[in-house]
Structure formats: structure tokens, C-alpha cells
Design a protein around this ligand. Structure first.
Ligand SMILES: [Fe+2]
Ligand SMILES: [Fe+2]
Length: 279
């Protein structure tokens, strides 16, 4: 199916989520060089719960700050504007995630933890891999790689949960989704990323993160997201160490990761999983 046909099919079945208005406004202000901290402060002051959430994540173990940040201006000064932008996005997505009901079949917060861990692993790749894609972009791609699952859960819950159950036997969630809907959660995720104005390469990485025999072998960013996703899956609820053989060889080959780099990455992933306080 071509992209336009896929888009109209998708948009006919789903309404894509929007980010909260305060977040969109703050992100716009952060991109504007003429805007000062006073302007930011005014927007933030209009939404105290949002400010509290941003500060809670900024002060979580992930950012290992030596002094706690106390307000948004302080967070911008210490973390930098790009990181603050990512944090705002994370808070906005979490609001959407929390609006989705949990039940005995599926708790969206489990998927959220997987998304945060994937983001942390993706942004911890060796520095040579961050030359073309800065760590904040890697983090965003990891965080949003499965955003399509949340949308499916929100709109086509029963059918999506049936796909998850069938995938336990067949081994391929994407195949089950294609069969049930004609598109996958990765297709939905790419559309959301596009709608939220993410760079094209991020849209592509989110849309292709399961394409092990295609895009993962051709595109480093797709390979990073795919590898981070696999590591996060392997680690979730697992007590034994993750073995190199369990990771997608297509991504390892594309990224040319050697044994030591893989060891460091896996250790970082384990360290992230322990504090597990990133939103
Ligand atoms: Fe996925
Ligand atoms: Fe995933």
C-alpha cells in the first residue's frame, strides 16, 4: 500500500492524539531565540501541575544533577533547551498515556516503562553513533517508537489486545496488526510523529523500527531504535543477563558495535532499569 493510501486508511479509523496546549506553546517559545525566560515563566505559571511533573522528571536519577532544579528557568539553564524540550514532550505524552484505561489485559504504564527504557538505551549509544543524531533526538525516537500502540489501545482496544494475544503464538505482532487493520503500530507511530512535527528521519525510524530485513540494515537511526527496543524487551522482567545472541544481528552489523561496546550498553540499560524513575 502506498503512503497516501495508508494514511487515509489510518486516519479513517483513528483520531491521532494531540499534545497538551501548554506543551505546544512552550516548545514554540523554546524554538524562538527572541523569547526570554520571563515569557516561558508566564506560560509555565499558568499550569502548575505540568511544572511539577517537568521538575520531577528533571530531578529523577536519569539526569543525575548535583543540585535539584527548582523552576523551569533553572531547568533550562542546567539541562539546556534541547533537553528541556524533550522533557516537555515526555510529560505531554505521559498525559496521553495516563488518559488510557488500564485493565487486566493491558496496563499502558507497563508499555510506558518500556518506552522510557528504550529511550534511555537509545540515547546511550557510543558517542561515535551520536555524531549525526544528537542524544536528545535518539531519546525522542526511543520514547515514541511504540506510540502507535497507545493509539491502537485507545481506539481499537479489543482488536489490538486480540493481536497481542495472537502474536504470543505467531511471534509477529506486526503481522497480526496488518491482518486485523491493514497497518501496524509502527505505521500509526510514524503518522503521530509527523503530526507532532518531528524531523523526517525520526518519523522514518519510528515507522520502520521492526523492519529488520530492510530499513534496519540501511539506516543507522532505525538500527539504533530497533536495537534499543530489543534490549528493553529482553530486560523487562528478566533476572538473567541479556546475551548478545538475543539481539538483532542486523542492527549490530549496521552499527558495527564491538563486544565491549555491547557490554557497556547492556550494563547502562541494567543501571537505568534499577532506579526506573523517569516518568
Ligand atoms: Fe514496536
Ligand atoms: Fe517496543
Amino acid at each position: 500500500m502506498n503512503t497516501a493510501a495508508l494514511k487515509s486508511k489510518l486516519e479513517g479509523k483513528l483520531s491521532l492524539p494531540s499534545l497538551p496546549a501548554t506543551i505546544v506553546e512552550l516548545q514554540r517559545l523554546l524554538r524562538d531565540p527572541g523569547v526570554g525566560m520571563k515569557d516561558l515563566g508566564q506560560v509555565v505559571a499558568s499550569d502548575p501541575p505540568l511544572t511539577a511533573r517537568v521538575l520531577r522528571i528533571a530531578n529523577s536519577a536519569f539526569y543525575s544533577l548535583s543540585v535539584p532544579v527548582l523552576d523551569i528557568g533553572h531547568a533550562a539553564a542546567i539541562l539546556g533547551l534541547d533537553t528541556l524540550n524533550t522533557l516537555l514532550l515526555q510529560v505531554g505524552v505521559l498525559e496521553f498515556v495516563e488518559s488510557i484505561d488500564a485493565d487486566s489485559d493491558f496496563d499502558p504504564l507497563d508499555l510506558w516503562q518500556h518506552s522510557v527504557l528504550t529511550a534511555q538505551v537509545a540515547s546511550s549509544m557510543p558517542s561515535r553513533l551520536q555524531r549525526f543524531t544528537p542524544s536528545q533526538e535518539l531519546y525522542v525516537c526511543g520514547l515514541l517508537h511504540d506510540i502507535g500502540k497507545f493509539v491502537l489501545l485507545d481506539h481499537l482496544r479489543d482488536e489490538f489486545i486480540a493481536c497481542l494475544k495472537a502474536a504470543k503464538t505467531s511471534g509477529s505482532l506486526c503481522d497480526e496488526e496488518r491482518h486485523a487493520f491493514g497497518f501496524t503500530h509502527a505505521d500509526v507511530g510514524a503518522l503521530v510523529a509527523e503530526r507532532w512535527g518531528l524531523p523526517l528521519k525520526a518519523v522514518h525510524a519510528i515507522g520502520e523500527h521492526h523492519d529488520l530485513d530492510g530499513s534496519v540494515q540501511r539506516d543507522s537511526l532505525v538500527a539504533i531504535v530497533s536495537l534499543a527496543n530489543h534490549i528493553a524487551h529482553e530486560l523487562q522482567g528478566k533476572k538473567t543477563p541479556v546475551l548478545k545472541q538475543e539481539l538483532p544481528h542486523q542492527a549490530l552489523k549496521r552499527l558495527e558495535l564491538d563486544g565491549d561496546e555491547i557490554e557497556v550498553l547492556l550494563q547502562r540499560a541494567i543501571d537505568f532499569q534499577c532506579p526506573a524513575e523517569a516518568g
